[in-house]
Design a protein around this ligand. Structure first.
Ligand SMILES: [Zn+2]
Ligand SMILES: [Zn+2]
Ligand SMILES: [Zn+2]
Length: 282
């Protein structure tokens, strides 16, 4: 199983195109891994985590095609993770008659938010109606936290996040080829319910990807900070949730408190984790 990071920034992108702060100006000057698009990830070439606003440009820049996409796991419906116009772009009506059917997995609240975003396109019908799904070559699966399901050759379990309850956000463990990865953004400190579920499902992660919205000198709040990520990784190790050679990677980085990539990568290396960057394949 390979995972390619298509984006690793928080909601505003990094650099924030509208910002002249020191971090944003230095990121522009350095380029490369310091330039981050909004968070999304591609697993092999058929499973996308988040139909995010930057996945089209990410596919161009990083030489990845989304033409083979069959499955998408949606963490939640915040605008930095969901651009519902992609449902139209890949449909027969936009000149793509032969794409594989897309199976899109999301919580009920997130699916409803997606339908509202496309209300004007399908009224009086809805994105959630099977007839609209036929037109779009799309099947929507509404799932719940703590549900496990088989998606093609992937075994997936959804876990509750500590994030905006209005969109019922989900985090995902994805298992294939004897390896398991955990995709953990967006979330603040993981709920105890999630820790209990990790143990109940006997999870043993080879790769853990965690929210790192806030930097080394910031406290966490509605998202994780660097130090909270370090604490989460330590607890995972103590509880036997990590494989011996497990890799822990940070994603969803905001410009305000996270330094440019080389500096943050150095900090992370000193604390036993890595900083993902756009285009990185693990
Ligand atoms: Zn986000
Ligand atoms: Zn900035
Ligand atoms: Zn969010």
């Amino acid at each position: 199983m390979t995972i390619t990071f298509l984006g690793t920034a928080a909601a505003e992108g990094y650099p924030n195109a509208f910002c002249r702060c020191n971090n944003c100006e230095r990121a522009r000057a350095l380029g490369g891994p310091s330039l981050r698009k909004r968070s999304a990830a591609l697993i092999n070439d058929d499973l996308l985590v988040d139909l995010g606003p930057d996945v089209v440009v990410a596919a161009h820049i990083h030489g990845r095609s989304l033409a083979g996409l069959r499955y998408c796991l949606q963490t939640h419906a915040h605008a930095d993770h969901l651009d519902a116009s992609h449902f139209l772009s890949r449909s027969p009506e936009y000149g793509v008659p032969d794409a594989p059917r897309l199976h899109w997995y999301a919580s009920s609240a997130t699916a409803q938010r997606a339908a509202r975003l496309l209300e004007a396109d399908f009224a009086p019908a809805s994105l959630l109606d099977p007839e609209v799904g036929e037109r779009l070559n799309l099947e929507i699966h509404r799932i719940e936290a703590l549900q496990s399901l088989c998606i093609g050759r992937y075994h997936v379990t959804a876990f509750p996040a500590n994030h905006d309850p209005a969109v019922e956000p989900l985090l995902y463990a994805i298992e294939a080829d004897g390896r398991t990865l955990f995709y953990g953004t967006d979330t603040a400190t993981l709920p105890e319910e999630t820790w209990r579920a990790f143990r109940r499902h006997e999870q043993r992660f080879d790769v853990v990807i965690l929210d790192h919205t806030y930097g080394p000198d910031e406290p966490g709040s509605d998202h994780l900070s660097a130090h909270q990520l370090i604490e989460h990784a330590a607890r995972m190790r103590e509880e036997g949730l990590l494989a011996a050679d497990a890799r822990v990677l940070a994603t969803h980085l905001a410009h305000a408190g996270n330094p440019v990539h080389p500096e943050l990568a150095e900090f992370a290396a000193g604390h036993g984790y890595e900083v993902a960057y756009d285009g990185l394949t693990v």
